[in-house]
Design a protein. Structure first.
Length: 390
């Protein structure tokens, strides 16, 4: 067997992140996957083209006809995602919302009912409160930490249970293994948005989810320089998703695929650093008298800490934490305005620490921990606390 035939997907996680899905380019032997900036692919004869079209209709891999459907740079990224999510197939979309829309539309029709958690990203909430109901899909939003709420919301026409594994912005951790059992016992598909944790911290497919989606823009890309969406699952589920993805035109550009591909190689390294720093920050914030409470799944004080210990891998708890200061809106603004390292910005999962103060959630300050030296972050937050006294 040649070194280039090695199956890296059976190796350990960090090796998969670096090696899976990639190899020397079949034409040039370039070791880095090239950016295939092409919309179409040329064939010699009409018969050859016809044969390719027939195979393409069955979603055979490594077959290129048109870049809305498949592109070699994106295929390399799909293969890497399959290895990292423990999936059978994966589709890469233009952004996280395209991933969520495709996963939902592929599994819901007019007259169906879907149960969704009550704490989700704003545009996901629009899907459940506006877009899906306007197309005749019934939706129920429930507090999912109590499984009885999901059970009670079940209807004969319920087809999907949807939630964020660690919710945005309140960091509630869903009991993925138990909710998977509950959804399946009612014949429902279980779709999990794992954006806030990444597959380096928790892999929903391992715990019974049917489909995992991500805003790849966050931890997969990790450098704030591209938009990306991830959908992964078993082949059976993904064939239908692929049909929607292709027909709705949800593809990512080859350049953004390439940026993501390059970033994924360091995702395990980044998540280890971000998790360690987030834990240090969470513990430090807990000691501060200006702080009312801190939410971080790695803290014993987090309501689902025991669940996190069970379903997270490698002792990591991710990079996302929330801090509630004593006082109100004025204190939150003063503190946020006084920091120097983290910009006040939307998004998360970046190597740069980002801070997102949210008045609407009782003045919660969401921190996405980056890869700066944690001592510098602490010094910065310390001087911001000093500013509160002025
Ligand atoms: C949990 C979650 N899911 C999905 C999205 C949407 O991702 P994108 O911005 O890549 O479309 C976001 C964006 O912040 C998010 O936080």
């Amino acid at each position: 067997m040649s070194r280039f035939d090695t199956n890296f997907d059976e190796m350990r996680y960090a090796t998969r992140a670096v090696k899976s899905g990639e190899g020397p380019d079949p034409v040039t032997r370039a070791m880095n996957t090239p950016i295939y900036e092409t919309s179409t692919y040329g064939y010699e004869t009409a018969e050859q083209y016809d044969e390719m079209l027939a195979r393409g209709a069955k979603w055979e891999p490594d077959l290129y006809i048109y870049s809305r459907t498949t592109n070699p740079t994106t295929t390399a990224l799909e293969k890497k995602v399959i290895a990292l999510e423990n999936a059978e197939d994966a589709v890469i979309t233009a952004c996280g919302m395209a991933a969520i829309s495709n996963a939902l539309l592929a599994n819901l029709n007019t007259g169906d009912h879907v149960i969704c958690s009550d704490d989700t990203f704003m545009c996901t909430s629009s899907m459940f409160e506006d877009i899906l109901p306007s197309k005749g899909v019934e939706t129920s939003r429930v507090e999912i930490l109590d499984l009885a709420n999901i059970e009670k919301a079940m209807r004969p026409n319920t087809k999907v249970v949807y939630l964020e594994a660690l919710s945005n912005p309140q960091l509630k951790l869903a009991n993925i293994p138990e909710i998977a059992k509950l959804a399946h016992s009612h014949g429902c598909k279980f779709i999990v948005d794992n954006t806030f944790l990444s597959p380096c911290v928790m892999r929903p497919l391992d715990w019974g989810a049917d489909i995992v989606v991500h805003s790849g823009t966050k931890y997969y890309v990790g450098h704030g320089d591209a938009l990306c969406g991830i959908i992964a699952g078993r082949k059976k589920e993904m064939d239908r998703v692929r049909f929607y993805y292709d027909n709705l035109g949800s593809h990512i550009s080859p350049f953004d695929s390439w940026l993501t591909l390059r970033s994924v190689r360091t995702m395990p390294l980044r998540l280890r650093q971000q998790s360690e720093s987030a834990m240090t920050l969470a513990r430090w914030f807990e000691t501060r008298e200006e702080v009312d409470f801190v939410t971080y799944p790695g803290l014993e004080s987090h309501a689902q800490h025991e669940l996190a210990k069970k379903i997270f891998v490698n002792g990591l708890y991710g990079g996302m934490l929330c801090v509630h200061l004593k006082g109100g809106y004025e204190e939150m603004c003063k503190f946020a305005d006084a920091t120097r390292i983290p910009p006040i910005a939307t998004s998360l999962g970046d190597v740069v620490t980002l801070m997102f103060p949210k008045k609407a959630y009782n003045n919660l300050i969401r921190i996405s921990t980056g890869c700066e030296d944690v001592n510098d972050l602490i010094a910065d937050f310390e001087q911001a606390f000093e500013a509160l006294k002025k």
